[in-house]
Design a protein around this ligand. Structure first.
Ligand SMILES: Cc1cc2nc3c(=O)[nH]c(=O)nc-3n(C[C@H](O)[C@H](O)[C@H](O)COP(=O)(O)OP(=O)(O)OC[C@H]3O[C@@H](n4cnc5c(N)ncnc54)[C@H](O)[C@@H]3O)c2cc1C
Length: 418
């Protein structure tokens, strides 16, 4: 019998808990910081839960630009992790789809007025695929954990935030929760997400070089569109279509959370070169998350290109017919004031950068771990989540995280020596 402890019941943790417990010679415990919200029958819509503070970590902040102020950063909390809050736009190559076959995929039933206008305006705009069934969200917990909760060798403990890892002689032997409960294990898999995984390793005194280094998100901007009354359709998902280019994406939002009369074009750089990091403040011990976005000139120029294209799209006659006015800030500055003006767009991006909430790459495979997620210098200590990627994936990363966790779990399960 091998005792596995999985820390974090998010997208990756649900897969790892499910797959490892398929082998009856494994005893698997999943510790999740947040609650079990129960089966998710909500519409699969980003932003639906942003006013439900039980679904996200209230204390998550990032510094987006070097020297800038810390701002709140959405990260899911509870069984399912960020799959409780996300798009959930699923982008995958066919190989990924074959591995992550438990996640259902469904397109929106219609594109809505704005989505339809964009598809008319741009030949390569495509409807998104969403992780849902019958119009309802299927979180990673719903797909992977909920159907197998009765397995005798699986314990899923919600409301169990881990304070630190328990270590023997350069070996992981378990973890202790914030309330002081100790969980002993032969193998520990940390799946606390790309911000909290490195933070937990650092606070536990893991000294492998590279922990926290290389964090990335997709840097993004938003152009807000004021819809005509007849173009408003809240019955559709917010995100209906994307325009995908090599290294860039423009995502079409049919309506905004809490503001159905507004849609949005969100443009993002999908292959950024700037890298950030997660560190512990030496004075307070608290987690410091610096994304360091647009710190290379390449990123500045490429995101400027995407923004110039987004501004043109917002002024296209098909889009104007359903959204006559477009804004680049919350003071009502017209998007037309930036159109075609590279210098002005560059300046605007410096102050109006936003993000995709796709953090990854903070404990990279090959640097912090071996190819199979085992942390260099320690036995029995593994990482299984978005931290492992070699930077942020060039696509919306949810399905890539699921696929990675599937592949690692299969390896760990098959290589377990009892
Ligand atoms: C608002 C939002 C929108 C998004 N939209 C999309 C999208 O449309 N398409 C897409 O592809 N991707 C999207 N993503 C990204 C996608 O959801 C993530 O890439 C993916 O969920 C990351 O998986 P993970 O397992 O690494 O982390 P998470 O899913 O975040 O899971 C980490 C889990 O660990 C738990 N945890 C943290 N610390 C501890 C601790 N100390 N002890 C115990 N548990 C702990 C957390 O509570 C959480 O449940 C979005 C993300 C957000 C936040």
């Amino acid at each position: 019998m091998t005792r596995w402890l999985v820390i974090g019941g998010g997208a990756a943790g649900c897969v790892v808990g499910s797959r490892l417990s398929e082998d009856p010679s494994n005893e698997v415990t999943v510790l999740e910081a947040g609650p079990d919200h129960g089966p998710d029958h909500s519409a699969a819509d980003v932003g639906l839960f942003l006013d439900d503070a039980t679904r996200w970590h209230a204390d998550s902040t990032v510094v987006r630009r070097t020297g800038g102020a810390a701002e709140h950063y959405w990260q899911g909390r509870g069984l399912g992790g960020s799959s409780l809050l996300n798009g959930p736009v699923m982008v995958a190559n066919p190989a990924d789809r074959g591995v992550a076959h438990l996640m259902p995929l469904e397109p929106p039933t219609a594109l809505g007025a704005l989505g339809g206008a964009v598809v008319t305006a741009v030949s390569d705009a495509l409807p998104v695929m969403l992780a849902r069934r019958g119009g309802r969200r299927v979180s990673a917990a719903d797909a992977y954990l909920r159907p197998i909760l009765g397995r005798p060798n699986l314990s899923v403990l919600a409301d169990s935030p881990v304070a630190r890892l328990l270590l023997g002689d350069r070996a992981a032997i378990g973890a202790v929760t914030e309330s002081g409960v100790r969980h002993l294990a032969d193998r520990v898999v940390v799946c606390a997400g790309a911000i909290r995984t490195p933070a937990l390793l650092l606070v536990s005194g893991i000294d492998t070089p590279g922990i926290g280094e290389g964090l990335q998100d997709h840097p993004a901007f938003a152009i807000t569109l004021e819809l005509t009354p007849e173009s408003v359709d809240e019955t559709l998902p917010s995100i209906v279509a994307t325009i995908d280019r090599s290294g860039a994406q423009i995502l079409v939002m049919n309506h905004l959370p809490g503001a159905p009369h507004y849609g949005s074009l969100i443009g993002a750089l999908m292959t950024p070169t700037s890298v950030g990091r997660v560190t512990l403040d030496p004075r307070t011990g608290s987690t410091l998350v610096e994304l360091n976005e647009l710190s290379t000139q390449t990123d500045v120029e490429r995101l400027t290109d995407v923004a110039l294209e987004g501004l043109e799209l917002a002024s296209h006659s098909a889009v104007r017919a359903v959204a006559p006015r477009a804004f680049v800030d919350d003071r009502g500055t017209s998007a037309d004031s930036l159109r075609g003006d590279r210098v002005a767009v560059r300046a605007w991006l410096q102050t109006h950068l936003t993000g995709y909430h796709h953090v990854a790459g903070s404990c990279r495979r090959g640097t912090v771990t071996d190819d199979f997620g085992e942390v260099h210098g320690y036995t029995g200590l593994y990482i299984g989540d978005a931290s492992l990627f070699d930077g942020v994936p060039p696509i919306n990363p949810y399905l890539s995280v699921i696929t990675l966790a599937e592949r690692l779990s299969a390896h760990w399960r098959d290589s377990t020596v009892t």
